[in-house]
Design a protein around this ligand. Structure first.
Ligand SMILES: C[S@@+](CC[C@H](N)C(=O)[O-])C[C@H]1O[C@@H](n2cnc3c(N)ncnc32)[C@H](O)[C@@H]1O
Length: 382
């Protein structure tokens, strides 16, 4: 396939951040991305598709769409899928897994094993008809590529997972903090707050440093997935992988990085061990020299620049005592009112947090999920 021919893609994300994902796609130059349930669908040539894998900060995964097939019955699905020239999509030496997503009653009545079986048999038949050895269907196999079978309204959309590992796995996370934000959620928080790297950024409760590290990537125009290992993306193990094009796209991404951030970045936490962890994590992410770290309580932190954005993921009630929880929220409110009057602020708090303890009225609130926890992003302007 010519690298300029359009390819259909779906990037997935939590449903509440799909607007941010659509904006990211537009900024990458994708034309008319469409928000769908838990993601965005778009068409883009292979080159732009590869670029999306390196640059999308808020996508969980990406699929390259193979086809929409009739799926009124398992037999109909198998017949339609067998007509696809699967050797253009899958390599005989790489096993594959079929992951059914059955969204309505009709799809559920087929059942996962029947859908999996229909797609696997169709692939074997297609390779056999072409006189070629077929890949093994084995979801347990190391390095298996995943074929997502999404059924709705009698139609099965088959998509190859081209991300491989989930895209929040940037390649720099270290263990050691009990309440880390997912990298993709941290990026969503920053983008929802309108942070583009051109103003000072401070996380005064940085924990392992996720927010400030994602912030540094934005401020350096650095592609968030650039440090993934070789062979880490799903598309590297699928037919039609254009290694030369991928190398070129990766090199362009490396060249786009600025030598220094557009504006300074600061991070602090009351616990020295977390500041140490954040620094080590930033070192792995190769942004450590661009962030000023400090061990400090929120109660003592001073504005490190005349204005900027304070971003913080406040501790949750279960992890600290209820009384301390209220006191901390009051202190955060007081800190913003008295010391950070010229700063904007973006605070991620549990939905159940006593918002009025902050004593500040947010300009905007966004409901988000942090894993299974309902949270709110409170956005304040000076
Ligand atoms: C929910 S965690 C932040 C996690 C972080 N976003 C991450 O991804 O690793 C909240 C952090 O607030 C810190 N913290 C609690 N009380 C504090 C205070 N008074 N001053 C500064 N940091 C505080 C905790 O040590 C903890 O690391």
């Amino acid at each position: 396939m010519s690298s300029a021919a359009p390819v259909r893609w779906i990037a997935t994300c939590p449903d509440d951040t799909k607007g941010v994902l659509v904006d990211e796609l537009l900024a990458l130059g994708v034309r008319e991305p469409r928000a769908i349930y838990r993601g965005a669908a778009f068409e883009a040539p292979l080159e732009l598709g590869y670029r999306a894998h390196l640059w999308l900060r808020t996508a969980s995964r990406i699929q390259r769409i193979v086809a929409d097939l009739p799926a009124g019955s398992a037999a109909a699905l198998e017949a339609a899928a067998a007509a696809i020239p699967w050797s253009a999509w899958l390599l005989a030496r790489v096993p594959f897994a079929v992951s059914p997503i059955l969204t309505d009653a009709e799809a559920k009545s087929l059942g996962e094993p029947a859908v999996r079986g229909a797609v696997a048999s169709a692939i074997a038949r297609s390779f056999a008809a072409a006189g070629l050895p077929a890949p093994r269907c084995d979801g347990e196999a190391d390095g298996a590529v995943t074929l997502v079978a999404h059924l709705r309204g009698g139609v099965c959309t088959l998509g190859l997972d081209t991300a491989g590992r989930a895209l929040h796995k940037r390649g720099w996370r270290l263990p050691g903090h009990p309440a880390v934000l997912k990298e993709t959620l941290a990026a969503s928080v920053l983008l929802l707050a309108g942070y583009d790297g051109s103003e000072a950024l401070l996380d005064p409760m940085c924990g392992s440093g996720t927010l400030v590290i994602e912030g540094a990537y934005l401020a350096l125009h650095k592609a968030p997935l650039i440090h993934r290992g070789k062979d880490d993306f799903g598309f590297e193990h699928q037919a039609g992988f254009d290694r030369a094009l991928w190398r070129r796209v990766s090199e362009q991404a490396r060249a786009a990085r600025l030598p220094a951030p557009l504006a300074p970045l600061f991070a602090s936490d009351v616990k020295p061990e977390f500041v140490d962890l954040a620094r080590k994590t930033a070192l792995r992410a190769r942004v450590e020299k661009h962030i000023s770290f400090q061990v400090a309580s929120l109660y003592d932190v001073q504005p490190p620049a005349p204005q900027g954005l304070v971003v913080a993921n406040l501790p949750y009630g279960e992890r600290i005592g209820r009384g301390q929880f209220a006191a901390l929220y009051q202190e955060m409110g007081r800190t913003l009112r008295e010391r950070f009057q010229k700063w904007r602020a973006a605070l991620l708090v549990p939905a159940a947090a006593p918002g009025d303890a902050l004593g500040l009225r947010p300009r905007r609130e966004v409901a988000l999920m942090n894993g299974a926890l309902e949270v709110r992003l409170l956005l304040f302007e000076p």
